[in-house]
Ligand binder design. Structure first.
Ligand code: ASP
Length: 323
């Protein structure tokens, strides 16, 4: 009898706890229920579709951002990300990616070859190792041990472009022309949680071994579930130099709107790089905990895609330089 009433008590208090947490969640959901996802460049539109499928079914932002960017990684026609990405100057496709969730879990891979979905390897680093970053051969071995398939990522089209490039071997990044475009995606889910993912083949014809901002937490991506999330595209060296996405999130913490925060980060690049401006593009997109979003870039020509209850839209970012 005594045992039974104890059981009843436990059952009752578990139920009360569950009801309480449900209430807390519904309060939270009331506050943040409008899910939103944004991602860089035109290919963000199709990536958002995939992410929205998950968000609109009350799925987690983490799952949404991974699924969204995977779509672009797998597309051989997108020549700056994943499969079909342009190779480095020695003809190797080397990939960088990172992922961050609402609990500050992070995972990253850099200089990874032969794996079509570096973002999923980054997630596996986050979830299945005590580390946050694996690079090169070690990252590949880890991926293979987790069942990822080894593939040739150099498509005939990318190989052709590389051979053409070899004729002059001139390394000259062209602003906004897709020799360096990353898909960065940040999302807020119906539980009010933020996550982000960022993946790229980096600058086309880069030096073998070069790593950009995209796999570096704080540079190419940053998420703080109390404040907001940001991701970057453009010349990774410049984004790393200002610890770009961490800066954007910290500026939002100080009260800037997402757009103001992105603008201030771009302003830092602008001030320091005035002599080289024509060679550089840097763009940030940001989302805060309330679901407000914005972007800013250095040069005219950067666009980003936003999917929320009003649909999926491509928006031209405001910029610092250009008419
Ligand atoms: N940020 C990437 C890198 O530097 C490329 C890009 O987004 O354009 O590797």
């Amino acid at each position: 009898m005594k045992t039974q009433s104890r059981r009843q008590f436990i059952k009752k208090s578990t139920l009360t706890a569950a009801a309480f947490s449900l209430l807390a969640n519904s309060n939270k959901a009331g506050q943040y229920q409008q899910a939103v996802v944004l991602s860089t460049w035109n290919f963000g539109l199709k990536a958002n579709e995939e992410a929205w499928r998950i968000l609109s079914q009350k799925g987690a932002a983490l799952d949404a951002v991974e699924a969204g960017v995977k779509l672009v990684e797998a597309d051989p026609n997108e020549r700056s990300v994943g499969y079909g990405g342009r190779p480095d100057r020695d003809g190797y496709v080397t990939l960088d990616a990172c992922i961050m969730d609402h609990q500050q879990n992070i995972g990253s891979v850099a200089f990874l070859q032969h794996i079509k979905h570096p973002i999923s390897v980054a997630r596996a680093v986050m979830e299945k190792t005590p580390h946050v970053m694996l690079v090169g051969e070690g990252a590949l071995q880890f991926a293979l041990s987790k069942g990822f398939k080894k593939e040739n990522l150099l498509t005939p089209e990318s190989e052709k472009e590389w051979k053409e490039w070899l004729k002059t071997s001139q390394y000259k990044p062209i602003v906004n022309i897709e020799n360096h475009d990353t898909i960065g995606m940040i999302a807020l889910d119906s539980q009010g949680n933020l996550s982000g993912a960022c993946t790229t083949s980096g600058m086309a014809f880069k030096m073998h071994g070069r790593v950009g901002d995209s796999p570096i937490i704080g540079a190419g991506l940053y998420v703080d579930n109390e404040i907001g999330a940001a991701t970057a595209t453009g010349n990774g060296e410049e984004v790393i130099r200002i610890a770009g996405c961490h800066l954007v999130v910290e500026l939002m913490r100080q009260g800037r709107t997402p757009k103001e925060a992105c603008k201030e980060a771009v302003e830092r690049v602008f001030k320091k790089q005035q002599q080289r401006l024509s060679d550089i593009q840097v763009g940030f997109i940001a989302l805060n905990k309330q679901g407000q979003y914005g972007a800013f870039c250095l040069q005219k020509g950067f666009s980003y895609a936003v999917y929320n209850d009003s649909g999926n839209n491509l928006i031209s970012s405001d910029y610092r330089v250009g008419k």
